[in-house]
Ligand binder design. Structure first.
Ligand code: UGA
Length: 442
């Protein structure tokens, strides 16, 4: 089997590398010649644990190649995956499909023999049909089928998610297309991964419904955390108590500063827009989007309150900037809203993140970036933990206390135990757990 992966962003690169590990011959194509040259030299443009090794070994074995030549890659392929970006369209929140449609047109021009054109990018319901229409219009003689094969990869554990998925969803409607897709995922059949064949529209909606459900689950526990604080309950125990019910499940019930990243914020918004367009509003999801947006700024308020109601002229030390650990991705990270609100309130922000600082520097011009966690705390009035990187979980508390000018910690990821921190002489603020008395102005 041979495939072309159009787009070497996060999804394209991870999927391309993983398919090649399955034994498929993969050409990853991108218009960005510089990126392709760097990939050919073994340089990986994103931080994803294990990806560099996977790319290196499969490239060395000759199964994974990188090219700017879409035409040749498509001509040789049994299936062509569209994995280009679908950013939120500026102004209206709809997914911007211009890259997907441009790719469809280019692919159409190159097709020689029967090919399955697969959308891998997260695309709104109806996109597969539009891709089909574009290809038919561009090349009425082309022999092809369209399929939808959404990805369920989490940044930071994407390779494992691809190799050992809970399920694979494939929207394909002809036996021929289904057979090509079955061959591509043959390795997963052998380990009995559930593979769900559906209509194209259904497959497209499954992706959005999955991300939206997870975003709803997180937002639900975040609001329960707020309530816990008011009634003196502990959100960890509530999450455990409900999560042990098999119908609810214990995952994605960690309260925190709100969800971020390149997927949940964009996908929840796009699904709300699709639902409005089809006059079938999703009021729950509308509330989720609103609550999550407000939560990010409420977190800044929490830091301000911990400083006695004002951060004007004060220094906030911030640990963690990426939207979650094990990624360098800053897209829609809660830290962006938190930093903006703190700077607006007159604070000086010193920050450190193990992988996200190169990107953060472009987005947070007013922040002072430090070389490690302890340098960040030097002389600060409060320490705020925003992303739960492992290296922040076992800080030397005596050193933290000596570095800060006032021993206050705001732990937005609940990575410390309130007892341990208070015994070490800190004033400790966390999320949804009984800790120090907090002002009610948030
Ligand atoms: C998410 C989905 O989990 C993947 O299945 C999906 O393929 C991907 O989007 C996508 O559509 O491409 P990702 O954005 O990498 O993956 O990150 P998650 O691990 O899902 O975390 C998203 C956000 O939710 C983060 O900000 C994280 O801190 C937050 N989160 C997650 C919580 O606040 N609490 C939790 O319990 C779990």
């Amino acid at each position: 089997m041979r495939i072309a992966m159009i787009g070497t962003g996060y999804v394209g690169l991870v999927s391309g590398a993983c398919f090649s590990e399955f034994g498929v011959e993969v050409t990853c194509v991108d218009k960005d010649a510089d990126k392709i040259t760097r990939l050919q030299q073994g340089e990986i443009p994103i931080f994803e644990p294990g990806l560099d090794q996977l790319v290196k070994s499969n490239a060395a074995a000759g199964r994974l190649t990188f090219s700017t030549d879409l035409n040749t890659a498509v001509k040789q392929a049994d299936a062509v995956f569209i994995a280009v970006g679908t950013p939120s369209r500026r102004g209206d929140g709809h997914a911007d499909l211009s890259y997907v449609y441009a790719a469809a047109e280019e692919i159409a021009q190159a097709i020689d023999e029967y090919t399955v054109i697969v959308t891998k990018s997260t695309v709104p319901v109806g996109t597969g049909r539009e891709v089909e229409r574009i290809i038919t219009k561009t090349r009425p003689d082309a022999e092809f089928d369209v399929a939808s094969n959404p990805e369920f990869l989490r940044e930071g554990s994407a390779i494992n998610d691809f190799m050992r998925p809970d399920r694979v969803v494939i929207g394909a409607e002809t036996d021929r297309a289904k057979e090509v897709m079955r061959q591509l995922y043959r390795v997963l059949y052998l380990i009995e991964t559930p593979i769900l064949f559906t209509a194209i529209e259904t497959s497209e909606l499954i992706k959005y419904a999955a991300n939206t459900f997870l975003a709803t689950k997180i937002t639900f526990i975040n609001e329960i955390a707020d309530l816990c604080e008011q009634v003196g309950a502990d959100v960890h125990d509530v999450a455990k108590g409900i999560g042990l019910d098999g119908r609810i499940g214990k995952k994605f019930l960690h309260a925190g500063p709100g969800y971020g990243g390149s997927c949940f914020p964009k996908d929840t918004l796009a699904l709300v827009k699709t639902a409005q367009q089809y006059k079938s509003p999703l009021r729950i999801v509308e509330a989720v989007v609103d609550v999550n947006d407000k939560r990010k700024t409420a977190m800044a308020r929490r830091i301000i309150d911990a400083c006695g109601g004002s951060v004007n002229g004060k220094t906030v030390a911030m640990l963690g900037l990426t939207f979650k650990p094990n990624t360098d991705d800053m897209r829609d990270s809660p830290s962006l809203s938190i930093v903006a609100a703190l700077i607006d309130a007159g604070a000086r922000v010193q920050a450190y993140d193990p992988e996200g600082m190169d990107e953060a520097k472009k987005l947070m011009p007013d922040v002072i970036f430090c070389t490690d966690a302890y340098a960040t705390m030097e002389g600060a009035d409060v320490l705020a933990i925003v992303t739960e990187w492992n290296e922040f979980r076992s800080l030397d508390l005596a050193r933290v206390k000596a570095s800060l000018s006032t021993p206050i910690i705001v732990d937005l990821r609940n990575i410390y135990s309130p007892n341990d921190i208070e015994q070490a002489g800190f004033e400790y603020h966390c999320v949804g757990r009984p800790a120090m008395a907090r002002s009610t102005s948030q």
